[in-house]
Write a protein that binds this ligand. Sequence first.
Ligand SMILES: NC(=O)c1ccc[n+]([C@@H]2O[C@H](COP(=O)([O-])OP(=O)(O)OC[C@H]3O[C@@H](n4cnc5c(N)ncnc54)[C@H](OP(=O)(O)O)[C@@H]3O)[C@@H](O)[C@H]2O)c1
Length: 290
Amino acid sequence: MKILLLGTNGQLGWELRQSCPRDVVIEVCDYPGVDFTRVSSIGQCLKNAIQDVPVDCIINTAAYTAVDRAEQEKEAAYKINHEAVAVLAEFARENGIHLVHISTDFVFNGRQYKPYNPGDIPDPESIYGKSKLAGEKAVKKILGNRALIIRTAWLYSAHGNNFVKTMLRLMAEKNCLNVIDEQVGTPTWAYGLAQAVWVCVQKKNSGTYHWTDAGVASWYDFAVAIQEEALAAGLLSKNIPIQPIPASLYPTPAKRPYYGVLDKRELWEKTGIKPIHWRSQLRTMLKELM
Ligand SMILES: NC(=O)c1ccc[n+]([C@@H]2O[C@H](COP(=O)([O-])OP(=O)(O)OC[C@H]3O[C@@H](n4cnc5c(N)ncnc54)[C@H](OP(=O)(O)O)[C@@H]3O)[C@@H](O)[C@H]2O)c1
């Protein structure tokens, strides 16, 4: 099986390469070779990328992911997360290629009190969330149910920038930390998501699904767990106090969902992958940093 992978240098793209099954060959089509902000050039870049090697599936992990900056850079966010995705979907349709596209819990407003099902009505409140929803809609309009959209949340990896690595740095530098305890979701190791994506690619699953690790946490819970696990692993040498604070004490340009827990049972069942609790995944990931 041959795959065209977009976004190989991102967290998920990197983990997809690390976990690539033996019978899959990955063709890379990456920035700056393909620049999602230059929408009119994407089709030709994709054509060039597959002209010698026809592919069975395109996996798109490339995205504008700077949630706060998106509030100021609306045009760039929409180009990358919406317009470029529409071109990608059109290319997949014209060439009969299966498309796997990654989306986010930010498509929901976070005011629900129980995990979001894939069928729940999106209502994004940030530019990032709105642009990602526009991308989802374009995929659905162009490919109907012939594409796979996986929404995920709170991704981290040993590769790239993320909450885990920021916390480890701050915990080493500072004497105390304040972390928001009002927003809850599920920390998700990108490696686990990558494994799920590969199963879906091989089964040619389509439709809209959710995937995160198992369990629920606030950012505060996550930070406490990072410190405890890192101390146990010898990645940190001192234990600092971590103070839970309300979101109002840490204002950000983008509005974040208070409740971003996704119901992923359908995809767990479809892939047959046993759900792993986020804390156990965190412990495993930290070993990569040792
Ligand atoms: N991170 C999270 O917490 C999170 C949560 C929910 C959903 N998601 C979704 O999950 C997916 C993967 O996220 P991630 O954390 O792996 O993202 P990431 O680490 O930020 O990587 C994004 C990728 O997109 C590429 N990219 C950025 N601008 C581009 C452009 N103009 N043209 C072409 N490629 C461009 C980047 O290339 P360079 O590295 O070369 O810049 C990078 O490879 C995304 O769809 C994201 O929306 C992420």
